[in-house]
Design a protein around this ligand. Sequence first.
Ligand SMILES: *Cc1c(COP(=O)(O)O)cnc(C)c1O
Length: 389
Amino acid sequence: MSELMNIDKTYIANTYARFPVEIVSGKGSLLYSPEGKRYIDMGSGIGVTAFGTGDDAWKEAVVAQLGKVQHTSNLYYTEPCAMLAKLLCERTGMKKVFFGNSGAEANECAIKAARKYASEKKGPEYHTIVTLKNSFHGRTLTTLAATGQEHYHELFQPLTPGFAYADADDPEGLRKLALEVKAAAVMVECIQGEGGVRVIDGDFLRKTAEFCREQDILLIVDEVQTGNGRTGQLYSYMNFGIAPDIVSTAKGLGGGLPLGACLLGEKVQDVFHPGDHGSTFGGNPVCCAGALSVMQRLDDAFLAEVRAKGDFIRSALVGAPGVEYVSGLGLMVGVKTIKSAAEVVAKCNEKGVLCLTAKDKVRLLPALNIPMELLEEAVAVLKDVCGED
Ligand SMILES: *Cc1c(COP(=O)(O)O)cnc(C)c1O
């Protein structure tokens, strides 16, 4: 272990099991250690650096804004914040945006919006949010409560009350539960990321969306990981023909700077009044300038390339020795390997390819603009590692 790793181990709270890798610099989909070891980045900081490390256009936008003003608070108007909200609404048909700094904060806003809407419209007993088993919605006490995995809950009781968990393969069961608990909203990830890159059945999503519309129960889609082009559509719900009332997103939105957004649709666009919600850092102009540079480039031609690159990964790995199956959509890929995912990722790291895990799978979330040569090289390494004895 290096000197730096020792200092980190001594002084950083013991919440992360870091890989024995230090990164000092990078460009695009390549990262470098202090000794100059080259890594192909197949994780992009957990789906955050949408256009890779130090992307020129993103950096130019960020640096230009840094040269003007880095923070104002939400007491004043700034251009990047307003223009990003406009772009997000125009591209989704949503009506208004609340900016925070993370996925958890975007989900907190979604939950507050849903509770206020339902309690004003139907009464305060309509406050429960139904989420799916095996979901992941964040680490705050409320978004942990939303997360449908008991092992995350155990040590932190009591959590925020008012959540109930449905099976993702049983639309009838979800309906029953939602009516029984007087649900304010149903909240789903269309592809469960941390839960093992599990694509939720389209039929389940459409039936659930229809039920929500009939009952005036809000549909919240958590696009924190799946959003901003990751699945080959701007937002993953667009793959399934459903229309959410609220969309939360973060990770790739800022291209590497902390930014989360909660998009409010027609029903909830006016639910908040001044004082109901807020965030000191939310909508920071530097982060929003970076996000504008990301979002402006996610056009149809670019998204088609994301899908093609995802197809390439699938065609290379499906049926390969040591690979059981491949899940996901676009450039959000889960690989169920015969070896443990942890072993595969450790070996890939040694061979200069940084991958992630999600539950029992190897998870790939490369930059959306990863060059084909690097993608081919990384997939070849992964394939070798999966297949070797
Ligand atoms: C990562 C993630 C979150 C939490 O985001 P943070 O920025 O870590 O708070 C929430 N929901 C989903 C689906 C995620 O993947």
